[in-house]
Design a protein around this ligand. Structure first.
Ligand code: ATR
Length: 274
């Protein structure tokens, strides 16, 4: 049977095996997909060992940058992202790295939530790996503006400089922003600590601004709660992005695009059960 895994550390709670098994059932593809706990100091040996047999892998925290350095070739979007979340063994035996996170976010927003990004004012909170991974696909949607706001402003400025050739991107501190925007995407890890980036409520125009948290959980994240309290038009969490980045990886490996709708419903049911 064709072998696939997701590498991470920790990896026990990954939803990727469930997602890919549901995709395989739905599309009639014969494959096995498991978790693989890679040692923190030995990802590359672990990956090379797996690919003696395996055909493809996803990569999650903390190995996405290491995977970027390991591969023989990179897709243009992985190169821009500076990180790899999808590995594929090509016909010549070489290893290719791709990054489907940004495509997953854009598809969740535009297809699943029906939010058009062209001509819109987008605010991205954070300036870490999660932001770097989605900048190119977001700018490809031709927003009117894309502001990266971060606690450490220099990191936002660095990213804005690096992606300036792709569109109207600027950097900011959190407290400098007051005017409403069309879309706010939280890509900070503040939710992990139960915190919220300190941004003004005036950034939300009630009934118009869409708020998206790349994180998700059983309960709404602090950012999603804040967005609901200030009457955001839509409040979305990152579960759809998770399903969509997986669907994009599945498509790369198998040439078939699964329907994420029923899979997302199942993920939502399981999350509610805890
Ligand atoms: P990831 O790969 O998930 O992006 P990261 O590279 O560690 O992780 O980046 C974490 C991001 O969350 C950073 O933008 C960080 O801000 P700093 O660059 O100033 O460190 C942001 N972040 C983490 N905790 C935060 C908090 N409590 N409030 C606001 N921003 C926070």
């Amino acid at each position: 049977m064709d072998q696939y895994v997701v590498f991470g550390n920790p990896i026990g709670h990954s939803k990727s095996p469930l997602i890919h098994r549901l995709f395989a059932d739905q599309t009639g593809q014969q494959l096995e997909y498991n978790t693989l706990l890679a040692p923190l100091d030995d990802f590359s040996m672990c990956a090379q060992g797996f690919f003696k047999q395996g055909l493809g892998a996803n990569v999650t925290v903390p190995f996405k940058e290491e995977a970027y350095r390991l591969v023989d070739s990179l897709t243009p979007r992985a190169k821009r992202a500076g990180a790899v979340n999808t590995l594929s063994k090509l016909a010549d035996g070489s290893l290719q790295g791709d990054n489907t996170d940004g495509a997953g976010l854009v598809r969740d927003l535009t297809v699943n939530a029906g939010v058009q990004l062209s001509g819109k004012r987008i605010l991205l909170l954070g300036a870490g790996g999660a932001v770097r991974g989605v900048l190119e696909p977001l700018l490809a949607q031709n927003p009117a503006s894309l502001v990266i706001a971060n606690r450490t402003v220099e990191k936002a400025e660095q990213l804005a400089r690096e992606f300036a050739d792709l569109g109207p991107v600027a950097a900011s501190g959190f407290s400098w922003l007051q005017e409403p925007v069309d879309l706010i995407i939280n890509a900070t890890s503040a939710s992990l600590a139960g915190e919220l980036p300190p941004i003004a409520a005036s950034l939300i125009e009630p009934g118009k601004t869409v708020c998206y948290d790349m994180m998700y959980g059983k309960e709404p994240t602090p950012f999603c709660r804040w967005a609901s309290e200030h009457q955001a038009a839509k409040v979305l969490d990152g579960l759809g992005m998770l399903a969509e980045q997986a669907a994009e990886a599945f498509f790369i490996w198998r040439g078939v695009r699964p329907d994420t709708g029923p899979v997302l419903d199942e993920l939502r049911r399981q999350l509610a059960r805890g």
